[in-house]
Design a protein around this ligand. Structure first.
Ligand SMILES: *[C@@H]1O[C@H](CO)[C@@H](O)[C@H](O)[C@H]1NC(C)=O
Ligand SMILES: *[C@@H]1O[C@H](CO)[C@@H](O)[C@H](O)[C@H]1NC(C)=O
Ligand SMILES: *[C@@H]1O[C@H](CO)[C@@H](O)[C@H](O)[C@H]1NC(C)=O
Ligand SMILES: *[C@@H]1O[C@H](CO)[C@@H](O)[C@H](O)[C@H]1NC(C)=O
Ligand SMILES: *[C@@H]1O[C@H](CO)[C@@H](O)[C@H](O)[C@H]1NC(C)=O
Ligand SMILES: *[C@@H]1O[C@H](CO)[C@@H](O)[C@H](O)[C@H]1NC(C)=O
Ligand SMILES: *[C@@H]1O[C@H](CO)[C@@H](O)[C@H](O)[C@H]1NC(C)=O
Ligand SMILES: *[C@@H]1O[C@H](CO)[C@@H](O)[C@H](O)[C@H]1NC(C)=O
Ligand SMILES: *[C@@H]1O[C@H](CO)[C@@H](O)[C@H](O)[C@H]1NC(C)=O
Ligand SMILES: *[C@@H]1O[C@H](CO)[C@@H](O)[C@H](O)[C@H]1NC(C)=O
Ligand SMILES: *[C@@H]1O[C@H](CO)[C@@H](O)[C@H](O)[C@H]1NC(C)=O
Ligand SMILES: *[C@@H]1O[C@H](CO)[C@@H](O)[C@H](O)[C@H]1NC(C)=O
Length: 548
């Protein structure tokens, strides 16, 4: 789902039968993973990024019956800019250690691209593709041509590693060049598949249902809600728990690009209810999933029951600058995914419904020994982490025992490069407004008019409490900072590109009321990629040997 160049009055070209075939450019390997060098100074070590070249949206995310997470992604294997889109593929048991697999889905012909979409496990063979198995995987995605966007299927009998395209493609057309990003889920009460798909420039999400994934009926539209921007993209509909309530609810997420309030791309979401055909939001509010600038096109894994916390990943970039960031010329790759996030709904002060987004269990990559473990009032702690070879840290700062009136003080954390003096800083003003900021303006490796420097959010206190508390936790990973406030009630994803590695963390607080405690802990993270390198330092990936 790239913003296509729109050719005025373009004629609709019906999809040819040749779509059954698969087109692989000679330079794009089939059947083998693409090797990657994950050692560059800007390469995230606990985040997923592609072995080389350009990646954008997460696609087709599902968890299989063995608990293996499958991530597909928008992938151009021939350039560090977008275009020539395929579905790359990686698998993981813990959402941090990823095995690069061969490219999963290729375009049907030279004039087409595979754009974003989703995948499901057809346990009941509703599609008829899977005569002898209950673990067949169907991918539902957009085929983009210069004049059309249509929805198509590919199916996999080997658990999602290799796919065949369905000869009856496309399965859904609208005579449009702006109709994309189908996300399909199973709605058990009506025993039907439900697709949400974007009529991008009509600012409308279409809802369709199907018994067999091949024939789709339009059942409703969700149009002009919340923030409009210039296009709606990558809708997601997911059943999700609401804290303190037994009945799960639904969230409809809609990505906007371009036209986000702080520029470029962003994701908004609507809590609500869904009855199999119509989604009804709880209120008229627009809620944004992230207050940074690098969190787009998030997708929820298929296969997690609706009464359990959902898990998502998003693309850690922004279309305003994703194709010009310096990782391309310096290291031959562009873009990574966010940390895996645990999501559920919660009633927070004033807002009523909030999508909590917290880091998924980091224990698979966290060092046992803390670099910093400190309890202080007003004070400061300053530690070099140049000994942490990944350059990646997990940190927590809890501020407790804050009085309910006459609150004062600030608490900051800064990551600095001892070599260049560059810094990435963030801080919390307890008063007057309980507000948090991030400033990437003193990181010097990338300059671009749209690469906004500063982000902030407010974090209102719970007025009924007898004393107040506040917390932030987060991960810094070479060129990505993610922060989670108050357990993930608000979160921010921020990319940054230092000239020299950041290697020092300083945490300071001052002006706090007497009795206020600042508890800080910082842990090194172990590279999830270094453990997969061969003797020459290259991550070769794997062809999972699948036994059906
Ligand atoms: C991997 O990239 C690093 C940094 O860009 C470079 O120094 C190293 O030589 C590369 N390794 C291989 C095997 O190409
Ligand atoms: C799956 O569907 C196909 C096509 O309808 C059918 O031939 C096959 O018998 C089905 N298999 C099972 C186990 O239901
Ligand atoms: C398809 O769209 C084109 C361009 O908007 C229009 O000229 C044509 O009449 C449409 N065809 C159908 C079958 O609606
Ligand atoms: C599969 O069939 C069972 C039994 O009819 C039903 O409860 C379940 O919802 C179906 N699930 C899917 C994904 O088709
Ligand atoms: C749904 O929205 C699309 C895009 O605006 C439009 O073409 C279609 O007619 C709408 N369907 C209905 C039933 O309103
Ligand atoms: C869902 O709600 C809509 C609007 O209230 C209604 O028209 C529709 O019939 C309902 N669908 C089902 C399956 O209950
Ligand atoms: C959220 O909590 C407030 C305060 O307890 C309450 O007034 C409000 O009704 C709750 N909202 C929801 C959506 O549960
Ligand atoms: C808060 O500040 C005001 C003005 O300085 C003062 O009069 C009041 O006593 C303070 N309240 C508390 C609980 O400290
Ligand atoms: C935190 O940063 C803000 C903004 O620069 C500054 O006003 C404040 O004094 C700093 N606080 C500490 C404890 O360094
Ligand atoms: C911060 O608070 C969380 C949640 O209560 C707790 O698990 C964590 O250990 C605390 N961290 C520190 C450094 O005190
Ligand atoms: C690659 O796959 C083989 C066979 O499935 C397995 O034994 C091996 O551990 C895998 N390697 C990695 C790095 O996952
Ligand atoms: C789960 O793993 C077993 C053993 O390796 C394998 O036979 C089976 O096909 C796998 N199932 C899925 C859904 O991947």
């Amino acid at each position: 789902m790239i913003r296509s160049i729109i050719i005025a009055c373009a004629a609709f070209v019906p999809q040819a039968l040749s779509q059954q075939s698969k087109y692989a450019e000679p330079s794009v390997p089939t059947g083998v993973p693409i090797p990657g060098n994950y050692s560059g100074a800007l390469r995230p070590q606990v985040h997923f990024s592609p072995p080389k070249d350009f990646m954008n949206d997460p696609n087709g995310m599902f968890v299989d019956a063995n608990g293996t997470y499958h991530l597909y992604y928008q992938y151009n294997p021939t350039s560090t800019t977008a275009g020539n889109q395929h579905w790359g593929h990686a698998t993981s048991q813990d959402l941090y250690h990823w095995i690069n697999q061969p490219i999963a889905i290729f375009p049907p012909n030279e004039n087409s691209n595979i754009y974003s979409g989703s995948a499901i496990v057809d346990v009941n063979n509703t599609s008829g593709f899977f005569p002898h198995q209950n673990n067949g995987v169907v991918a539902i995605y957009t085929i983009n041509t210069p004049t059309s966007q249509t929805q198509a299927l590919s199916y996999s009998t080997d658990g999602g590693y290799t796919f065949q395209s369905y000869p009856g493609n496309p399965v859904l057309s609208d005579n449009s060049s702006q109709f994309r990003d189908p996300k399909v889920s199973w709605y058990a009460p009506t025993q039907q598949w439900v697709m949400v798909v974007s009529y991008a420039q009509a600012l409308t999400i279409g809802f369709f249902t199907s018994d067999n994934l091949k024939e789709w009926q339009h059942v409703s539209n969700f149009s002009h809600h919340g923030l409009l921007g210039d296009q709606y993209e990558c809708p997601n509909l997911v059943e999700i728990p609401m804290e303190g309530q037994t009945e799960p609810m639904y969230v409809l997420a809609v990505s906007i690009n371009p036209g986000a309030p702080i520029g470029g791309s962003i994701t908004q979401y609507f809590p609500g209810s869904f009855n199999g055909t119509v989604f009804t939001p709880v209120d008229g509010a627009a809620r944004i999933s992230d207050f940074g600038k690098d969190n787009y096109a998030g997708q929820f894994f298929y296969g997690i029951p609706g009464d359990q916390n959902q898990i998502s990943l998003a693309w850690t970039s922004n279309w305003q600058y994703s194709q010009v960031v310096p990782t391309g010329p310096l290291e031959g790759w562009r873009s990574s995914m966010s940390l895996p996030r645990v999501n559920y709904l919660k009633n927070i002060t004033r807002v009523g419904y909030d999508l909590v987004s917290a880091p998924y269990d980091l224990s698979a990559v966290t060092d046992a020994t803390a670099l910093i473990d400190k309890s202080m009032g007003n004070g400061s702690v300053d530690v070099s982490y140049s000994t942490v070879s990944s350059g990646a840290l997990y940190f927590q700062i809890n501020i407790t025992n804050i009085p309910v009136v006459n609150i004062t003080g600030t608490a900051n954390f800064t990551f600095r490069s001892s070599r260049s003096g560059e810094s990435l800083r963030a801080g919390y003003f307890l008063a007057p407004d309980s507000a948090f900021f991030i400033d990437r303006g003193n990181v010097k490796g990338f300059d671009n008019p749209f690469f906004t420097d500063k982000f902030s959010t407010s974090c209102p206190y719970n007025p009924s409490a007898s004393s107040l508390s506040w917390s932030v936790e987060g991960v810094i990973d070479r060129s990505i900072l993610e922060v989670f406030i108050n357990g993930g009630e608000s979160s921010a994803t921020v990319s940054f590109f230092p000239e020299q590695a950041l290697d020092t963390i300083e945490i300071t607080s001052s002006g706090l009321n007497p009795g206020v405690r600042v508890n800080a802990a910082v842990y090194g993270l172990n590279s999830a990629w270094a453990s997969l390198e061969d003797a020459s330092g290259i991550v070769t990936g794997n062809i999972t040997d699948y036994q059906a």
